[in-house]
Design a protein around this ligand. Structure first.
Ligand code: ZN
Length: 136
């Protein structure tokens, strides 16, 4: 498996409108608009930082994964996403190594990326996302 970089940090917020202020107004990151991924009950907003991005996550339903995360742990970093060269290959390798996966096969995330989550029990509590997509 080839990991290319940290693609983004997923940060759970109660509200993107309220949550983006710090990142945009104080840190000066550029807000590039938001996108709702209905299947994951989440609206995402990306703010590029060099070669990586901050991804703000706002739940669209009380039973969505981001809502559940905030209920349990409050707002904050929810996942770390690594860009991989080939996500199918990476998942096959992880399965071979006995790593617990949330997604056995990739699904389509924000921006049309192919994404898959590893189970936090396999990663000392860090929700790890793999993603494969074109671009910077
Ligand atoms: Zn993500």
């Amino acid at each position: 498996m080839k990991i290319l970089k940290i693609d983004h940090l997923g940060i759970a917020v109660n509200s993107i409108d309220a949550g983006r202020k710090f990142w945009e107004d104080i840190l000066g990151l550029r807000f590039e608009g938001s996108e709702t991924v209905a299947a994951q009950k989440v609206t995402t907003a990306f703010l590029p930082v060099g070669q990586s991005e901050v991804e703000l996550l706002e739940s669209t339903a009380p039973d969505g994964p981001v809502a559940k995360f905030i209920e349990k742990r409050g707002e904050g970093v929810q996942h770390v996403a690594f860009r991989v060269e080939n996500i199918e290959e990476a998942l096959a390798e992880l399965k071979d190594k006995g790593v617990a996966l949330i997604d056995q096969t990739p699904r389509i995330g924000a921006g049309g990326a192919k994404i898959a989550f590893l189970h936090p029990k396999a990663t000392a509590g860090v929700l790890v996302e793999l993603c494969e997509r074109e671009g910077k």
